[in-house]
Design a protein around this ligand. Structure first.
Ligand SMILES: [Zn+2]
Length: 292
């Protein structure tokens, strides 16, 4: 499933093609994805110019010259293609079947035309059109906390939000009202990098540890975005795949393996990565490094 870094990688790939481009030859090949497409979707996109493309949590937002913002959520398997080449990283190389391309259009930028397609084999993705001045109030966005890579997210924000909070820090970090778009993988990785136990009550963390936590959250996301950006070029001629590529992680998915901190240059931890379930989701951590 694409997490925030993958969505940001897709945004960065679409930006040079879409911003300033007008949308023509818009096609919609089925009535719905996870939800129905908006009414008159094709007509409302046709001829519009894209003014900018932003990301909020795991949503892509293309602000249009028509005063509407075209919102895309990639769901589990949603991906864009540019002139038939997919944008993003995928773990397998099974080609995209044509029947899975649910909408397409041409982005005309001066004399350059790029054919853009959207495919989503499992159809957990969805698209919407929202008046641009009402995006923040829309139910998809109204309850979201600050962006983890934005100025509103900090140790002070966590301290204020979590004062007296008894719920564990792992489940607390997945609450989208606290921080937007942070998924299970990156929460596990950030807690490991900050050497914070996933079991500790959120309200028990001191301000210096919360500052560390906010900083490493930004670091793990920026590292993943940087890796996605470099891999994107490598994948320029790749065939389509069925799932998003997952980076190599320190603890996520590594149950039973030695703590990475035991590698050469580490602090010599002899711990083994453990998996527990918190709030119905897997948590991977090193009980030796992340004692408190
Ligand atoms: Zn360890």
């Amino acid at each position: 499933m694409p997490e925030l870094p993958e969505v940001e990688t897709v945004r960065r790939g679409l930006e040079p093609v879409l911003v300033g481009a007008s949308l023509t030859r818009v096609r919609q090949n089925r009535p719905d994805l996870r939800f129905p497409f908006p009414d008159r979707f094709v007509e409302r996109l046709e001829g519009a110019t894209v003014e900018r493309i932003d990301r909020r949590a795991k949503y892509l937002l293309a602000a249009l010259s028509t005063g509407e913002t075209w919102v895309t959520h990639l769901g589990m398997t949603g991906r864009f293609t540019l002139d038939g080449t997919q944008l993003g990283e995928f773990e397998e190389s099974a080609p995209i079947a044509g029947k899975h391309e649910h909408m397409s259009f041409c982005a005309v930028h001066g004399k350059a035309t790029t054919r853009v397609g959207f495919a989503d084999a499992r159809r957990f993705g969805f698209m919407g059109l929202i008046p641009t001045d009402r995006v923040e109030a829309h139910p998809w966005f109204a309850g979201l906390g600050p962006e983890p890579l934005g100025n509103g997210f900090s140790g002070a924000h966590l301290a204020e939000t979590w004062a007296g909070k008894k719920q564990n820090v792992k489940v607390s970090l997945l609450d989208q009202r606290t921080v937007a778009g942070l998924g299970n993988i990156y929460v596990c990785e950030a807690l490991y990098r900050a050497r914070i136990s996933p079991l500790i009550a959120a309200g028990k963390l001191t301000k210096p540890r919360l500052e560390t936590l906010a900083a490493v959250i930004r670091d793990v996301l920026n590292d993943a975005i940087a890796a996605g950006g470099s891999t994107l070029r490598d994948f320029a001629n790749a065939e389509g795949g069925q799932g998003y590529f997952q980076h190599r992680f320190d603890v996520y998915g590594r149950e039973g393996q030695p703590c990475p901190n035991s590698r050469e240059g580490g602090e010599g931890c002899s711990g083994v990565v453990k998996r527990i379930v918190q709030g119905g989701r897997s948590t991977f951590y090193c009980p030796s490094c992340q004692k408190r």
